[in-house]
Design a protein around this ligand. Structure first.
Ligand SMILES: Nc1nc2c(ncn2[C@@H]2O[C@H](COP(=O)(O)OP(=O)(O)OP(=O)(O)O)[C@@H](O)[C@H]2O)c(=O)[nH]1
Length: 224
């Protein structure tokens, strides 16, 4: 039964609890562990150690009245740990492809990460997978920044238009929003799979790589 709120009206209760496996990928040092720890424990470590293999933590998140349990897998970005992380890609529902805005090499490597994920997660060709592109460390100074927001958005446009967000695990900018955006993106794709027919019309986008609009949550938190 729905619980009454202060005004005596009935608030909608979260209806179900969906478990989603979320994997965070990207070069060593871009801040994957820090993003997970900021999101799960609201904690930041200036001297975070490199991850060896994988680690995971759970956190519940409520979106549009539904509770999702995110099982977040933080992977080791260093090449030497490749064989330790790739067995954990299978069964993922969402993938965060992460780079650091002050590290151009990590941005260039996004495509390699995406391809590694698609291969080891065994995602069928032609399937649209809910990726989220995350540019972390937006707290750095303008002089330190090596990848602009515009450049990242252009990359997204050319690579299936996944949503894009800039974050700082250090000062908590957009971290919560990033995970929410990823779940919303997953939910939109899921709804399309469940309801491929729109009226009398077959939604042909189901058969093709989907054209989703780019979504840049800038440092100020604006959604475009
Ligand atoms: N300025 C700044 N530094 C950050 C941020 N996030 C992480 N760092 C720092 O970047 C370094 C690496 O962070 P990690 O979270 O360990 O990076 P990782 O991607 O998990 O690295 P691997 O485990 O090697 O794959 C640490 O010194 C963090 O303190 C951020 O948002 N801003």
């Amino acid at each position: 039964m729905a619980a009454p709120n202060f005004q005596g009206r009935h608030m909608r209760q979260p209806s179900k609890n969906t478990l989603l496996k979320v994997v965070i990928l990207g070069d060593g040092g871009v801040g994957k562990s820090c993003l997970m720890n900021r999101f799960v424990s609201n904690h930041f470590d200036e001297h975070s150690f490199h991850t060896i293999g994988v680690e995971f933590l759970n956190k519940d998140i409520e979106i549009n009245g539904e509770i999702y349990t995110l099982q977040i897998w933080d992977t080791a970005g260093q090449e030497r740990f490749k064989s330790l992380r790739t067995p954990f890609y299978r069964g993922s529902d969402i993938c965060l492809l992460t780079y650091a805005v002050d590290d151009r090499t990590s941005f260039r490597n996004l495509a390699l990460w995406r391809n590694e994920f698609l291969y080891y997660a065994d995602v069928k060709e032609g399937t649209t997978f809910p990726f989220l592109i995350v540019g972390n460390k937006v707290d750095v100074s303008a002089e330190q920044r090596e990848v602009s927001c515009e450049e990242a958005r252009a990359w997204c446009m050319e690579n299936g238009s996944p949503p894009y967000v800039e974050t700082s695990a250090k000062d908590a900018t957009n971290v919560e929003q990033a995970f929410s955006l990823a779940v919303e993106s997953w939910a939109r794709l899921e709804a399309k799979l469940e309801r491929p027919y729109i009226g009398d019309t077959v939604d042909l986008r189901r058969q093709q790589p989907e054209q989703r609009s780019s979504c840049c949550l800038s440092v100020g938190g604006n959604t475009e």
